[in-house]
Design a protein around this ligand. Structure first.
Ligand SMILES: [Zn+2]
Length: 336
């Protein structure tokens, strides 16, 4: 075993949720299959893992794993015989039906340590249709003292038959009161922490990763280019090319955030919490009517869905259409 300390608690913004889960478990009110959903980059897998390990711990304290016993050590090393992780294999994006069959066998065996048996399925939405179907019977009757936790950023992508066999639980987005101090400690400055969180849609782990992202340092420049487009000083294709110097998925996410912030402000809501962007967002809100901002926002969401679907669409074309709509060009009428 390496010297890395065993993680025995969820992120600070999940503590209340975790303790509620523990209380429900202690009172025998938890079903045997949970579907833990919620935004990406918020630490759901850590929450699920710590909770699962608390059930394998030989001396848990108030629902938290001790981090020292044999149960905790084996669980953290991934070698506890009563723990199963169903995740895509290295180099693959999906959980295959063969892996699910191994898991079904695991559930048919008697627990080796005589206590709980736990399984994590993450990301659950990476199971293909066959894999999900193969899991149905086990989801219904996994055997005594067994807990399955399916973790997913997009539970809606799971088959309804899978969803209906689980109890959906979601801690939602973290409160700034918990995420800001956590991130400030990492990045050293509260204003930067708030700006990163705003750019990451309040998802703290994504915010942490953004600090090293090239576009984040250039975000005010990129926003200015969008403003140039709206003012007719730059063409959609010019701005699309500039934006696509960065990762297309990230850029679409950024645009979605800006449009949502501008739409909020155009409808009388609060200004952007990122001081470096507040003026630009306000200008966007001034120059574009709220219905247009909302339409383009929806287009961004659809483009992100297309990119994530693996359909391999042309990102430059998608972005150009989005930017044309932002500039007020009727894309359909223009024959795109
Ligand atoms: Zn322990």
């Amino acid at each position: 075993m390496a010297d890395t300390p065993i993680i025995t608690s969820p992120y600070p913004w999940h503590v209340a949720f975790y303790e509620d889960l523990h209380r429900r478990h202690a009172a025998g009110r938890l079903p045997h299959a949970l579907l833990l959903g919620g935004p990406a980059g918020t630490g759901k897998l850590r929450l699920a893992t710590v909770f699962a390990h608390s059930l394998l711990c030989q001396s848990p304290a108030d629902g938290y794993p001790c981090g020292r016993c044999q149960g905790c050590t084996l669980a953290a090393a991934g070698s506890h015989p009563d723990r199963f992780l169903l995740a895509p294999e290295e180099g693959s994006k999906s959980i295959k039906v063969g892996q699910v069959r191994d898991f079904v066998e695991f559930c048919a065996r008697t627990p080796q340590y005589g206590g709980y048996r736990v399984a994590l399925v993450a990301p659950a939405d990476s199971m293909n249709r066959n894999a999900q179907n193969a899991l149905l019977k086990t989801l219904e009757e996994p055997g005594a003292q067994t807990l399955l936790i399916l973790v997913s950023d997009q539970p809606s992508r799971l088959l309804p038959t899978v969803r209906s066999r689980c109890q959906a639980v979601s801690p939602g987005l973290p409160d700034a009161a918990d995420s800001v101090p956590w991130l400030t400690e990492l990045v050293g400055e509260e204003a930067l922490a708030r700006a990163l969180l705003a750019a990451a849609g309040q998802a703290p782990l994504r915010a942490r990763d953004l600090e090293h992202s090239a576009w984040f340092a250039e975000r005010d420049k990129l926003l200015r280019q969008c403003l140039n487009l709206v003012a007719g000083r730059q063409s959609a294709s010019q701005v699309a090319r500039a934006l696509l110097e960065h990762d297309s998925t990230e850029i679409l996410e950024v645009l979605t955030g800006w449009l949502a912030a501008a739409a909020r402000q155009a409808s009388g809501g609060a200004a952007s919490p990122d001081p470096r962007l507040a003026e630009g967002i306000a200008q966007l809100a001034q120059h574009c009517p709220a219905p247009r901002l909302l339409t383009v926002h929806a287009q961004c969401l659809e483009a992100r869905r297309l990119l994530a679907s693996g359909a391999n669409p042309n990102a430059e074309l998608l972005l150009e259409q989005i930017l044309l709509s932002l500039a007020g060009v009727d894309v359909a009428a223009a024959g795109f």
